[in-house]
Design a protein around this ligand. Sequence first.
Ligand code: SF4
Length: 183
Amino acid sequence: MEQLKTTSEKPNTDQKRSIYSIQFTEMQDWLQEQNEPKFRATQIFEWLYQKRVSSFEEMTNLSKELREKLETSFVLTTLKIVTRQVSSDGTVKFLFELHDGYSIETVVMRHEYGNSVCVTTQVGCRLGCTFCASTLGGLKRNLESGEIVAQVLESQRAMDEVEERVSSVVVMGIGELLITMMN
Ligand code: SF4
C-alpha cells in the first residue's frame, strides 16, 4: 500500500453520525423517538443497502418531513472518491477522503469465483511491519463502523456498473483489525 497522505490533522468533531453506523434496531428506536412507525426502518434499509441511494431525497416512499429529519440527524455520504483506478485485470482501487481530511484506500479484487473487497480499518497503522509504507506516519485513528460499511457500498456501486456483486469482504487493507477491535 502507498503511504497515506493527510490533508488535516484536526478531526471534524461536528460531523453527524454516518447512517451506515446505525443498526436496524437502533433505527427503529430512532424512528419511535421521531413519532414514526417502526416499519419505516425496513424501507430506509432497503434504500440504503438494496437500492444504494446516494441521497435521502431519493427515498421517495418516505414523507418529506422524515427525509428532512434523516438529513438533519445523519450523514449518508461519508467517503469522497478522490481517485478510482481500474487495472487491466479488472481490479478497482479507490482512494477515499474521509470527513476529517484523512485518506484511505479500498481495493476490489476480481476473481473467477467472485469479487472481494479489501477494506481498510484504520488511518495509518502502528504495527510497524518493516515492508509497509502505511505504518510510516503511525496510527492516526480507527475508522468508524459506518466508514468501513461505506467502503463496501462504494465497491458494490462499482460492481453494479458491470452487473456483478461483491461476494466477500476481506479485512486486510490498511490497519490491523485485531488492534482496531481491542481499542
Ligand atoms: S499490519 Fe498491515 S497496514 Fe499495518 S504495518 Fe503491517 S502490513 Fe502495514
